[in-house]
Design a protein around this ligand. Sequence first.
Ligand code: SF4
Length: 429
Amino acid sequence: MSQVISIHKESSKGCTDARPLVERGQREVFCGLTGIIWLHRKIQDAFFLVVGSRTCAHLIQSAAGVMIFAEPRFGTAIIDERDLAGLADVNEELDRVVNQLLSRRPEIKLLFLVGSCPSEVIKLDLSRAASRLSVQHSPKVRVLNYSGSGIETTFTQGEDACLASMVPVMPSAPTDAEPELLIVGTLADVVEDQFVRILNHMGIERVRFFPPRHAQEQVPIGANTRLLLAQPFLGDTARLLQARGASLLPAPFPLGIEGTTAWLQSAAHAFDVSKERFEAAVAGPLSRAQTALSKAKLHLEGKSIFFFPDSQLEIPLARFLSREMGMKLLEVGTPYLHRQHMAVELAMLPEGTFLSEGQHVENQLDRCRAFHPDMVVCGLGLANPLESEGMTTKWAIELVFTPIQGYDQAGDLAELFTRPLVRRMRLAA
Ligand code: SF4
């Protein structure tokens, strides 16, 4: 326990000063529309209306599946070829679609107009459309907009853009408000509940989450707000929240035992929680996680792993797999390296880890083939070809859809990596 709790005091700088190989070339990533898949489940009275093409509609529908017992909370307003001729018509059509949707679905309290490649190509001004429609439907429904376009984005940036669009309408906290902890980034409800229990046990009672489960939940923001990032891909959101006066707590991300402990510890420092109280609050879940991880380690220790850039979770995952599971890191690719948000993670990565930022997919495939790693973490587009070459892969997107944060999910996180290895061993037997 004392070993786990001393992360901040480590003297090694790990990869703090490491210079990644920066590559700019063809990339194999999903677009930001993908974020709708987990965001529409989280904010239960919101609706995501993609303003896009049939391709966009197809992506969302096939990725999100169809809910059988409830009407979906996402849809696509299709821009037809004929719309390319007249923007006035597109705006009229959009208003008609929105009016129809909101009159049919009175439970919707927040509507996101989500931009796409087609809406950007025809320069459809969705922020003006959102303001116009917000005035029309206020106070029952708020209309916001963000871009999920595939131009220069990776799929987790959709969440960043969505949350960033909500920051300007958050109310200001009174200047004399009690300090409050705001956990930023979509987490499964069950994970949020676990964190609340632990934080309450430490004596931190004022805890909120962003995004909230219901759009009408007001999340105040101000100088007394302490931000703890739960996801590593929220650069714009964090910047906007800081501009509203909130302060960002330095922490790794809550993956694995070490990450979760240091993440909670950062909150504990900010709220003056004593070491004894902290240890009492985490002892139970921490020991359950130790048991779960010791089993997974038997499969993972000594195995090598190669990360293609995809979700922006790569560096925290690599840190967890190397330090707690004993895996060898061959290359850790990330779409973007946000040095400030990754500072604690980089310090914890083994010195000399090969880091790459951005992608030139052909060059990276050559490096991967030369290493022939035991496991490759990559996007769906690369997984099948690499499997056919005899490599064991893990889809990066699965790591975003699955609850993996916190102590009670540490075993599930490790299992996401052991399962493909065990399956490959069985096939080879
Ligand atoms: S937003 Fe662009 S990349 Fe994404 S599905 Fe639509 S057309 Fe394709």
